[in-house]
Design a protein around this ligand. Structure first.
Ligand SMILES: Cc1ncc(COP(=O)(O)O)c(C=O)c1O
Length: 389
């Protein structure tokens, strides 16, 4: 059979994933510090209210709106209103997840063969989804001192075929967050070169205590055509609901044209289910309870991380502006994959090696601050044992 060349990724699991699968299959005790699924993190969900909201949502007839039902889009506008940002429900398009949002936007903005500029290190699905859309993904490096935006590197990475700049803020896994000045400069660059800006803000609600008062969202950014991504998956700890959104802003004519074209794309899929759209106002409300638990857990785990690993010679813990991951940079002579494999074999701890995030210049492992506190503490203590050997 002649398959498309869109899938160029190696499909066999890598060495590390293979060993993790083997360990899991043997049901051995494991300290999993790679957990990113909040529904499996031992949080206390208001399950009865969620059930009622979904049951109520299922009662309605099917009358789809390609952009998403107005009640749901209004609820998303309300979410931004609570954060001091005024958005019209008409500037919002719903999708069944952030991945689908990326895919719609790459269809909207890139003819096959054109390219997107994406941050490195960052969320690995961005280049992968671009590849699936027949779009070239060209990395721009974040600063290798603190993984914040190095705008000179981004400006230097632009090619004539570039159509889009992607920023992830807070970034996964580095936790770096755009500042107001970064956003202004990025928008100026995008406007000057007729590039669209996509800002993935799924972790917006998890700033570190130090950054909580200076959170910057690109939603409503008027300076260049901007697509801000968010969703219930992280904002409410409800990935199973499959509801995310794109908030479109920028110069009036570009915004209007982009929204009309996005509606055309979304109409071909109509992928978001009616029950979850009907339930969205209640889910966004209830989500606040889950969000608060995640915030407290992430902050407490980070404190423990600093206490346990802070004094280990050669180890650097990078300051986290936001998100729920922490990057632990290993002593210079260590290799991330080798360390992660030893950690799993000798201490039964799962982490994510940095290379999985294209972290080429640093030997680091990523730990999830979402893990249940007892598991986190024990897992980090075990990491410390191996690091001190
Ligand atoms: C930066 C980033 N964006 C998006 C997602 C996925 O969001 P969704 O569940 O809405 O597809 C993730 C998941 O980990 C992520 O890290």
């Amino acid at each position: 059979m002649r398959f498309s060349s869109r899938i160029q990724t190696e499909l066999a699991p890598n060495e590390y994933s293979r060993i993790v699968e083997e360990k899991r299959a043997r049901n051995l005790a494991i300290w999993d510090l790679s957990i990113s699924n909040p529904t499996l993190a031992g949080l206390d969900y208001p399950l009865e209210e969620i059930r009622e909201a979904m049951a109520d949502g299922a009662k309605h007839f099917y009358q789809p709106d390609p952009r998403g039902l107005l009640a749901a889009r209004s609820a998303v506008a309300g979410y931004y209103h609570e954060r001091g940002i005024g958005l019209s429900p008409d500037s919002i398009v719903l999708t069944s997840g952030t991945s689908e949002a990326y895919s719609f936007l790459f269809k909207l903005l890139c003819t096959p063969g054109k390219s997107i500029l994406y941050p490195k290190p960052s969320y690995p699905l961005v280049p992968l989804i671009a590849e699936l859309e027949g779009v070239t993904a060209a990395p721009y490096a974040l600063s290798n001192e603190d993984w914040r935006w190095d705008l000179a590197a981004l400006f230097g990475a632009r090619t004539p075929g570039a159509r889009v700049v992607v920023a992830v803020s807070p970034n996964n896994p580095t936790g770096s967050m755009l500042t107001a000045e970064d956003l202004r400069e990025l928008s100026g660059f995008c406007a000057a070169h007729r590039l669209a800006l996509i800002v993935d803000e799924v972790f917006l609600d998890y700033p570190s205590p130090a950054r909580a008062k200076s959170v910057v969202s690109s939603a409503g950014n008027p300076d260049s055509l901007t697509f801000t991504l968010g969703g219930l998956s992280k904002a409410c700890g409800l990935p199973q609901m499959k509801l995310a959104w794109i908030a479109v802003s920028g110069p009036e004519r570009d915004t209007r044209e982009a929204l009309a074209r996005l509606e055309f794309i979304a109409d071909a899929f109509l992928s978001v289910g009616t029950p979850v759209q009907r339930a969205a106002p209640v889910l966004l409300d209830l989500g606040a309870q889950v969000r608060e638990q995640i915030r407290q857990r992430v902050d407490a785990n980070e404190e423990n991380l600093k206490k346990i690993l802070g004094g280990v010679p050669g180890v650097t813990l990078f300051p986290r502006d936001g998100g729920w991951y922490s990057v632990v940079e290993l002593p210079a002579e260590m290799d991330d994959e080798g360390f992660a494999i030893r950690l799993l074999m000798e201490q039964s701890v799962i982490v994510q090696p940095g290379y999985m995030f294209d972290m080429e210049d640093a030997q680091a492992v990523i730990v999830s601050l979402l893990a249940p506190p007892e598991m986190f503490q024990e897992g980090i203590a075990r990491i410390s044992v191996l690091l001190r050997e």
